[in-house]
Design a protein around this ligand. Structure first.
Ligand code: PGA
Length: 251
């Protein structure tokens, strides 16, 4: 059975002391409430090793927000998948729309990142989603399908089985504008059918597909009640323990 997951994406927020305090707070809250889902926080590279020391990683998963598309060597400023894994982190967000949009991360680059993440034992949280003009033109299914095909469908069955998908409509990220639960369900079901077509029904049924984009305590329960929505990737609301836990408790 697929897992229900709530994952935070802190983005470029918090200094190290602030991040440590937030991670401790979330860790304590998770320990106290025994959630009905896996809970993960994805944090800046600079915070990973320190946070790994202050959380119980059997209860609260830790991930990076990106990793390099090369193994090692002369790539000044980059952080490799092996480096991320060596901090204790177990997850990595890849293909976030902000990386695609601002840092030119096209599918060929993402395929390399996914391969390196898997080689190093990291679970990719792979983001897909359409921009507003594509949604308005009714092209959302086409767009997410090609992101899946180009970014992931080179993987073997065993490799693909390790991937978590996050559907994040770009027009809903940080805008306060959430996809309705019905819109999310419709496209999540489509994504699952595309996975089934490529990898078979069993793998598709076992793949967690998270929704991301202005998810908050007030709308999480309705989204998570949908059969094909297996949790959320949470940006803004993951920066406040109370809001993040409000979403976790929606399960
Ligand atoms: P948001 O971001 O929750 O702030 O809309 C979600 C994300 O980008 O992962």
């Amino acid at each position: 059975m697929r897992k229900n997951i709530v994952a935070g994406n802190w983005k470029m927020n918090t200094t190290l002391p602030e991040g440590l305090a937030l991670a401790k707070e979330v860790n304590d809250a998770v320990m106290a409430c025994r959630p009905n889902c896996d809970v993960i926080i994805c944090v800046p590279f600079t915070h990973l090793a320190s946070i790994d020391h202050v959380i119980d990683s059997t209860k609260l998963g830790l991930g990076a927000e990106n990793c390099a598309d090369h193994k090692s060597g002369a790539y000044t400023g980059e952080v490799s998948a092996a480096m991320v894994a060596s901090t204790g982190a177990k997850y990595v967000i890849l293909g976030h729309s902000e990386r695609r949009q601002y840092y030119g991360e096209v599918s060929a680059i993402l395929r390399d990142k996914v391969a390196l993440a898997l080689e190093n034992g990291l679970t990719p949280i792979f983001c897909i989603g359409e921009v507003l003009e594509e949604r308005e033109a009714g092209k959302q299914n086409e767009v997410v399908k090609s992101q899946l095909v180009e970014g992931l469908f080179n993987l073997s069955k065993d490799e693909f089985a390790k991937i978590i998908i996050a559907y994040e409509p770009v027009w809903a990220i940080g805008t306060g504008k959430t996809a309705t639960a019905d819109q999310a369900e419709e496209i999540h079901a489509f994504i699952r059918s595309a996975i089934a077509e490529k990898y078979g029904k069993e793998i598709a049924e076992n793949t967690s597909i998270l929704y991301g984009g202005s998810c908050k305590p007030s709308n999480a329960a309705e989204l998570f009640a949908k059969p094909n929505v297996d949790g959320g990737l949470i940006g803004g609301a993951s920066l406040k323990c109370e809001d993040f836990m409000g979403i976790v408790k929606a399960f």
